[in-house]
Ligand binder design. Structure first.
Ligand SMILES: [Zn+2]
Length: 215
């Protein structure tokens, strides 16, 4: 797992984050809270889930999207959602939960694991270009139907600068890793979606949000 450290976007350990649901069904809220709470045993933060528009984090239930601002970047947004979660039916509950843990990982400050400063994925870049619709207008790149090359580089190829990052060794089991199709790599490398927090995810976040040492 890794996070940018220039500046760090971590919240202050010991704080309570107020997390507001802007909309959504009770089932959506319950499933989101249950998945997000998987982080709590590993961090010195509290989550206070509320209804309405007032919160450090504001969650929008919206079809088609999972996204979140990174860490305290959420505070730069004076209104509107800071996290978007795509509700899924009960038979997709584990997939939904994995995505909620991933977005809460961003909310806690983490970046994508495939861009870990020590990642060494054998990308087949021409194949990836070929398999994406690269006709997006850079001004209107909405990362849905089509993407720009720049977006692909941000998502997959541009690794963090080790001098400006906090990181543990590249971890293909991280909840922050994208799924990787074998046709995007040279050789056999592929990766299915990770469904749980990895041991390194837990260790990294417990170091980012430490409990005070005993006197
Ligand atoms: Zn992500």
């Amino acid at each position: 797992m890794w996070a940018k450290n220039n500046p760090a976007k971590f919240w202050t350990p010991g704080c309570t984050l107020r997390i507001a649901f802007l909309n959504g069904t009770q089932e959506f809220k319950d499933a989101t809270i249950a998945a997000a709470n998987n982080w709590l045993p590993h961090i010195n933060l509290k989550f206070e889930f509320v209804e309405g528009e007032v919160g450090d984090i504001r969650i929008l239930s919206e079809y088609g999207t999972f996204s979140s601002f990174i860490g305290t970047d959420a505070l730069l947004q004076s209104d509107g959602p800071t996290m978007r979660l795509w509700p899924h039916p009960p038979d997709r509950a584990r997939y939904f939960a994995a995505n909620v843990m991933h977005e809460f990982g961003h909310m806690l400050g983490a970046e994508h694991e495939q861009t870990n400063p020590t990642a060494n994925i054998p990308w087949d870049m021409p194949a990836i270009y070929e398999q994406h619709d690269l006709t997006a207008d850079p001004e209107e790149d909405n990362y849905q139907a089509s993407v720009t090359r720049q977006r692909l580089h941000e998502w997959y190829f541009d690794r963090g600068n080790p001098d400006e990052s906090l990181y543990t060794a590249y971890d293909r089991t991280s909840i922050m890793h994208y799924r990787i199709s074998q046709s995007w790599t040279i050789g056999d490398f592929q990766l299915f979606i990770n469904l749980d927090l990895s041991e390194q995810d837990k260790t990294f976040m417990s170091n980012a949000y430490p409990h005070p040492a005993c006197e």
